[in-house]
Design a protein around this ligand. Sequence first.
Ligand SMILES: Nc1nc2c(ncn2[C@@H]2O[C@H](COP(=O)(O)OP(=O)(O)OP(=O)(O)O)[C@@H](O)[C@H]2O)c(=O)[nH]1
Ligand SMILES: [Mg+2]
Length: 231
Amino acid sequence: MCQDCGCSLTTNTKVLEVQKRILEKNDAEAAQNRAKLEKHGILGINLMSSPGAGKTTLLEKTIELLDGICSIGVIEGDLETERDAERIRQKGVAVQQITTGQTCHLDAAMVHSAMHRMPLEEIDLLFVENVGNLVCPAAYDIGTHMNVVLLSVTEGDDKPAKYPLVFLKSDLLLITKTDLAGVLEFDMEKAVSDALTINPRLQVIKLSAKSGDGMDEWITLLRKGLEDRIS
Ligand SMILES: Nc1nc2c(ncn2[C@@H]2O[C@H](COP(=O)(O)OP(=O)(O)OP(=O)(O)O)[C@@H](O)[C@H]2O)c(=O)[nH]1
Ligand SMILES: [Mg+2]
């Protein structure tokens, strides 16, 4: 406890030190995951968003659109249930579900363990659908090559400004459910401009997995990523 005012600052400093050590350990494990993916020539992509922004739906459509082009694997992260893994399994690709219980994000060790249960020699593109949460997943490198944040128009255009870390840590912003943008009066310009203020190197794609609008741009980006991985 602080001697001056009796606040818990000293305790907080200790907590911060422990958190730092946890993140350093996680970073080392993430580097091992990345090396493992690279050994197998796999492009790894981490999908992050609030619950329900459309990650699994996007994956379902992406698997359909990349059929015959590359081999996909998926690691699903949720607090509970195998439901997302079941949806992906219906599409005929390799999938592993991680259930985290009360943990609000995936970490590198959880992904490492799931990777051991995947047929890595058969996979070109590995998606990790992180736990639905716009805060915690951004703090943990899981060893993929690209961080993608989904922001659905149903969440509101103020989310980049309110939850900046995940936009800062991402390479690509997917604005999803654009088929609903008009009904919800989502200010696209404001959302994109706020996100780019936080992270000027962020790529942005607007799409709807339901209508198919913008999906070609997403698929082109994935194909380019796969080509770059090979060359
Ligand atoms: N209108 C519309 N609805 C969508 C779109 N994409 C997803 N949805 C709907 O949004 C809801 C949530 O979609 P999911 O794909 O399960 O979202 P998620 O991000 O995987 O959810 P969690 O895994 O629980 O975080 C479902 O009812 C989907 O049908 C879209 O492009 N347009
Ligand atoms: Mg999902």
